[in-house]
Write a protein that binds this ligand. Structure first.
Ligand code: COA
Length: 259
């Protein structure tokens, strides 16, 4: 496994991989940390786990881009490219990726959480896109992924005022998918990831792809994609195992290999 300085990447015995940001006081998403996230995702993609949890540790998730690296428009182009490369790679992982958000997920931190498939928030979590308070705009997908999750009007309000949203409101608007007590955050995130990791991984990857591609297209085109994906899933070993197991033992008893 590659050596990382600003994050840790751990593979657990149950097929779950845990990526933990570890960059100083606030996990600032510096160019270097974004490069490490990209490298960690490459490593995961080359030997896929069953599911992934991304966390910033017990205190906070991430306070956004490293503001000390900001300069003029030329630096902004580089920083924006780095964000999109790393976060698109997270989003494209063909596995269920859970963000476990313990505290602040601001700016690029919120955008990293949005690049994940599912967000579990501690009761202490706070989400926001405060870039506007610096006189700039989100550059890590916030103007694009946030409205797809919470709707355009709420996304505009959050990005245009920079207002931060606490866990309960995040749950209500769909920005958080679950809220748990702080001490339960990792246990719940790892348990869900383990449940997913024990499932039919290839079919799960097809589901993820169909949903991600489908929401970007017309209903008719999305349904056409689904017809192809439906057939594709039937080519897996897990489809044969799952259907045979149902007929013999009833629902929920299949043991999948992920192939
Ligand atoms: N980039 C670089 N450094 C950052 C940072 C960021 N995004 N966010 C915080 N820091 C630094 C602070 O400058 C401070 O450094 P210092 O200890 O050397 O003075 C340290 O991290 C702790 O921050 P502080 O504000 O003192 O801690 P806090 O607990 O009171 O507040 C935050 C934490 C995250 C709420 C607050 O720091 C904040 O709002 N950060 C900026 C968030 C932001 O605008 N992100 C979008 C960037 S485009």
């Amino acid at each position: 496994m590659a050596d990382f300085e600003l994050l840790t990447l751990e593979r657990l015995g149950d097929g779950v991989a845990v990526l933990t940001l570890a960059n100083g006081k606030v996990n600032a998403l510096s160019r270097e940390l974004l490069a490490e996230i990209g490298a960690a995702v490459d490593e995961l993609a080359s030997d896929l786990p069953g599911a992934v949890v991304i966390t910033g540790g017990d205190r906070l998730f991430a306070a956004g881009a490293d503001i000390s690296q900001f300069g003029g428009p030329d630096e902004a182009a580089v920083i924006g490219f780095g964000f999109h490369a790393a976060l698109d790679a997270v989003a494209a992982l063909p596995r269920f990726v859970i963000a476990a958000v313990s505290g602040f997920a601001l700016g690029g931190g919120c955008e990293l959480a949005l690049a994940c498939d599912y967000r579990i928030a501690s009761e202490r979590a706070v989400f926001g896109q405060p870039e506007i308070l610096l006189g700039i705009v989100p550059g890590g997908g916030g103007t694009q992924r946030l409205p797809r999750v919470v709707g355009t009007s709420r996304a505009k309000e959050m990005c245009i005022t920079g207002r931060q949203v606490r866990a309960e409101e995040a749950l209500r608007i769909g920005l958080a998918d679950e809220v748990v007590a702080p001490e339960d955050l990792m246990e719940r995130s790892l348990a869900l990831a383990a449940q997913v990791a024990a499932g039919a991984s290839t079919a799960q990857a097809i589901c993820k792809r169909l949903i991600d591609e489908g929401v970007e297209t017309s209903l008719a085109d999305g349904l056409a994609l689904e017809r192809e994906g439906f057939v594709e899933a039937f080519r897996t070993d897990d489809a044969r195992t799952g259907v045979a197991s149902f007929l013999e033992h009833g629902p929920g008893n299949a043991t999948f290999t992920g192939h």
